[in-house]
Design a protein around this ligand. Structure first.
Ligand SMILES: *Cc1c(COP(=O)(O)O)cnc(C)c1O
Length: 393
C-alpha cells in the first residue's frame, strides 16, 4: 500500500477526532431546530451558543459579535456586500483569496469603485499605500490577515489604525490565520473578520464572521431572524458545534506551543530542502522569504519544471501538495499572488505550496524531503526549459 502524506492543509484540514465526537450527537439524538422553544430546540440552541462563546474566545471578542455562516467564502461576501453600498469606494489588495477578489470584481462591475493596493517582493502590503488609496467615499478596506498561498502575514494592525483614523470599516480575511497564530480583533482593530472551520481542523461548510458591535451590516439572505437577522436560515448545528470545538482546540494548542512546534518542523523542511549541501537541489527558492509568515506554510519555486507536473508526480508517490493557485477554466494560469510579488510567470508556474497540519509528524516532513529532490531532478531531465534557464541564470 502506498504511504500517503498530506501536506495541503491550506486547502483543507482533516477534522480532529475530538471535533467529530463533539458533532456526532447533533446528527443523532440532538436533532432539534435551534429556533424551537421545546426541549429539543433548547438543547441545540444551547450548543450553538456554547460554540459562539468558543469562537469568540479564539478571536478575543464577545459572543454576540459572532455570526455563523456557511463557510469562509460566505463570510467574506457578507462582510463586503453587507457594508458597501452603490457609489462607495472599497480598498483591497492584489493578493486576496478569490472569495474577496471576485466579490470586489462584482462590486466594480456594479457601480462601485475598487482600488487594489500592491504588495512588495516579499508579498506584503505597505500600509502607506492603503492610506494613500483613501478617498472621501471610501467605505471599506478588506485586506487579508495571512495569505493562503505564501502564508505571509499582512500588517493588519497598522491598517486597522489607518481605517479607524479615517472612520472607514476594516474587514480582514483571517481564514489562513485562525488556529495558526493568535488573533485578537481589538489588537488588529478590525470591524469584521472571517474564519472558516475546515481550515483549522473543523468541518467544511461552516464559518464565522466577527462583526464589531455597532456595525451596520445588511444581510445577504432574507428569511427568518436567525443570527440576529444577519444570516437567515436554520443553523447548521453539527457544523457550528464542530467549529466551536475546533476553536477550543486551537486555543488549547497555543498554550501547548503547537504553533512553535509547527514552525520548527516547517523551518526544518525548508532548511533541508533548500540547503544545497543537503539535497543538491539548485534553482529553487522560497517565495515570501524574510516576511512574517504563519507557521505551517512554505511556497517554493523549482525553476525548469511545471508546478502541475510536480504535483502529479509527487501524488503518484503518495505526497499531496498544491500549486496554491486554483485552476480555473481548465487553463493553468500563473498564481495572481506570486505574479503580484513580481515573480516571472514561468517561475510562478514552477512554484509549489507545502502546508502542514496538526496531524503531520516529523516523519511526514522527512518523507516529503526524501521524495522532492529526486522528483524535481527527474522532471528537469525531461524539460528543455530547465537547461535553458540553468544557462541563463
Ligand atoms: C479557503 C479560504 C477561503 C474560503 O473559505 P471556504 O470556507 O472554503 O469557503 C477564504 N479565504 C481564504 C484566505 C482561504 O484560504
Amino acid at each position: 500500500m502506498t504511504r500517503r502524506v498530506y501536506l495541503d492543509n491550506n486547502a483543507t484540514t482533516p477534522v480532529l477526532p475530538e471535533v467529530l465526537e463533539a458533532m456526532r450527537p447533533y446528527f443523532g439524538e440532538r436533532f432539534g431546530n435551534a429556533s424551537s422553544i421545546h426541549h429539543h430546540g433548547q438543547e441545540t440552541r444551547a450548543a450553538v451558543e456554547r460554540a459562539r462563546e468558543s469562537v469568540a474566545g479564539l478571536l478575543g471578542c464577545r459572543a454576540s459579535e459572532i455570526v455563523f455562516t456557511g463557510g469562509g467564502t460566505e463570510a467574506d461576501n457578507l462582510a463586503i456586500f453587507g457594508i458597501a453600498h452603490v457609489g462607495d469606494h472599497v480598498i483591497s489588495s492584489t493578493i486576496e483569496h478569490h472569495a474577496v477578489l471576485n466579490a470586489c470584481k462584482h462590486l466594480a462591475a456594479n457601480g462601485f469603485e475598487v482600488t487594489y493596493v500592491p504588495v512588495d517582493g516579499r508579498g506584503r502590503v505597505d500600509p502607506a499605500d492603503v492610506k494613500r488609496a483613501l478617498r472621501p467615499n471610501t467605505k471599506l478596506i478588506t485586506i487579508m490577515l495571512a495569505n493562503n498561498e505564501t502564508g505571509v502575514v499582512q500588517p493588519v494592525a497598522e491598517i486597522g489604525k489607518i481605517a479607524a483614523d479615517a472612520d472607514v470599516y476594516f474587514h480582514t480575511d483571517a481564514v489562513q490565520a485562525a488556529g495558526k497564530i493568535a488573533i485578537d480583533v481589538n489588537k488588529i482593530g478590525c470591524d469584521l473578520l472571517t474564519v472558516s472551520g475546515h481550515k483549522f481542523h473543523g468541518p467544511q461548510g461552516v464559518g464565522a464572521l466577527y462583526v464589531r458591535k455597532g456595525t451596520r451590516l445588511e444581510p445577504m439572505l432574507y428569511g427568518g431572524s436567525h443570527e440576529r437577522s444577519r444570516r437567515a436560515g436554520t443553523e447548521n448545528v453539527p457544523g457550528i458545534v464542530g467549529l466551536g470545538k475546533a476553536a477550543e482546540l486551537a486555543l488549547a494548542g497555543f498554550e501547548r506551543g503547537d504553533d512553535i512546534k509547527m514552525a520548527a518542523a516547517r523551518d526544518h523542511f525548508e532548511r533541508e530542502l533548500l540547503g544545497i549541501e543537503a539535497t543538491g537541489l539548485n534553482g529553487a527558492g522560497l517565495n515570501g522569504e524574510r516576511a512574517p509568515r504563519v507557521p505551517n506554510t512554505t511556497n517554493i519555486y523549482f525553476d525548469g519544471i511545471e508546478g502541475e507536473a510536480l504535483v502529479i508526480a509527487l501524488d503518484l508517490k503518495g505526497l499531496a501538495v498544491s500549486t496554491g493557485a486554483a485552476c480555473s477554466s481548465g487553463a493553468i494560469e500563473p498564481s495572481h499572488v506570486l505574479t503580484a510579488m513580481g515573480l516571472r510567470p514561468d517561475r510562478a508556474k514552477a512554484s509549489i505550496r507545502f502546508s502542514l497540519g496538526k496531524q503531520n509528524t516529523r516523519e511526514d516532513v522527512d518523507f516529503a524531503l526524501g521524495l522532492i529532490p529526486e522528483t524535481v531532478a527527474r522532471l528537469r531531465e525531461l524539460s528543455p526549459v530547465w537547461t535553458k534557464s540553468a544557462v541563463s541564470t
